[in-house]
Design a protein around this ligand. Structure first.
Ligand SMILES: Cc1ncc(COP(=O)(O)O)c(C=O)c1O
Length: 375
């Protein structure tokens, strides 16, 4: 008798043999230096951020209680949107329950079956899923290759096109040529969607991201998505765009309309984190200084943001290196297929503003011993 779970068990054993099994391990507040998480500014335990979350819970309760279009829009959402606009200079902001929902919302409402989407081959899974759900024809552009983007756009048959990129890529940590993409899409009459999940708080003026740095935050054809879960130490997503695009999302984006509003604690924490970032612009500079030191210890180039990526021979070696690092008091990320855009296995290492000089010294010593060197 076969079981309906047989194919799942077979898939699991194939995964195991290839060294690609993922396991959930509860993270303990142990004496370990975290170089794997995305709390780039180190704000998750910041007293002002914790107080922001607590105050929002005390004011609004533990949940938003309904979709934002029903009764789930709270003053803290409006304040958070105003603070995001103040930071970035965007025309308008819309807060959603996650960065994933932000990407699904933008792509399913800006693109449809008659639209050509040109998406960078390293785009995040949430962008890819948004493209798929939109039913648009999707052409995948070679990574950061402007000429290829232009070539694919020139082949479009219908009137509408959308180009999709991240400003700082989540796994390899490299930056997109954002200013050039803004100019190219404007000239081609296309929209540009830029995911700034790994840029917010880290790059651009005051941590506003690379679209603001490119002077394009009010460009009508540019839409930015980002998350509140990384530098802003909370949870949730944001879309930054022209007011008409915000209105379009509020009226047509299913992951916004049919989803409960962002929980008050997350909105309050993110709002407070934006305040800390505004009052302490040195935090972003500290991320860069720490990233430069860590990159040197790993023998890779200093990254554009907080994320660096160290190529490993294969998935087994990657997992072994992560375990060795843990035994030496260091948490680093293991990225293996299918989470890597190029099918390689890598250590993903992130710099954080709150690492002390002592932590950094220790981290660099361990990384120096861990990372394979070219002969
Ligand atoms: C580039 C990128 N976009 C979107 C997301 C999704 O954001 P969220 O965790 O808020 O859903 C992530 C990861 O979390 C990401 O790395």
């Amino acid at each position: 008798m076969t079981s309906p779970l047989d194919w799942i068990r077979e898939a699991a054993s194939t995964r195991d043999e290839a060294g690609l099994t993922r396991r959930l391990v509860a993270t303990k507040a142990a004496d370990i230096i975290d170089l794997a998480g995305n709390d780039y500014l180190g704000l998750r335990h910041h007293p002002a951020v914790v107080a922001g979350a607590v105050a929002a819970v005390e004011t609004y309760g533990t949940g938003a209680g309904a979709s934002r279009l029903v009764t789930g829009t709270l003053d803290v959402h409006d304040e958070l949107e105003a603070a995001m606009v103040a930071l970035t200079g965007a025309g308008a902001a819309l807060v959603l329950s996650s960065g994933y929902a932000a990407n699904l919302s933008v792509l399913t409402t800006l693109a449809d079956a008659g639209t050509l989407v040109v998406s960078d081959e390293h785009a995040h899974a949430s962008l890819i899923d948004g493209c798929r759900l939109s039913r648009a024809a999707v052409s995948v552009a070679r990574h950061n290759d402007l000429e290829h983007v232009a070539e694919l756009l020139a082949r479009r048959e219908g009137p509408r096109a959308v180009v999709v990129a991240e400003s700082i890529y989540s796994v390899l940590g490299d930056a997109a040529p954002v200013a050039d993409l803004v100019a190219l899409t404007e000239e081609a009459g296309a929209m540009l969607v830029v995911d700034e999940a790994h840029a917010l708080g880290v790059v651009g003026p005051g941590g506003a991201g690379l679209v603001t740095a490119a002077g394009a935050s009010t460009a009508e054809h540019v839409v930015v998505t980002t998350t509140l879960s990384k530098s802003l130490a909370a949870q949730g997503g944001v879309v930054l765009a022209a007011p008409e695009v915000r209105e379009h999302l509020v009226n047509t984006a299913r992951p916004f309309i049919y989803d409960t509003g962002l929980a008050p604690a997350a909105a309050g924490a993110a709002l407070a984190a934006l305040g800390v970032l505004r009052d302490h612009p040195e935090l972003s500079a500290r991320v860069h200084a720490n990233a430069t030191r860590l990159a040197e210890a790993c023998g890779v180039e200093a990254p554009a943001g907080a994320v660096m990526s160290v190529p490993m021979p294969g998935p087994h070696e990657t997992v072994e290196a992560v375990e060795r690092a843990r035994s030496m008091g260091l948490r680093v990320g293991a990225f293996r297929p299918p989470s890597t855009p190029d099918g390689s296995s890598r250590l993903r290492i992130t710099a954080h503003a709150d690492h002390s000089p002592h932590d950094l010294d220790r981290a660099c010593t361990v990384l120096g011993a861990l990372v394979p060197r070219a002969e």
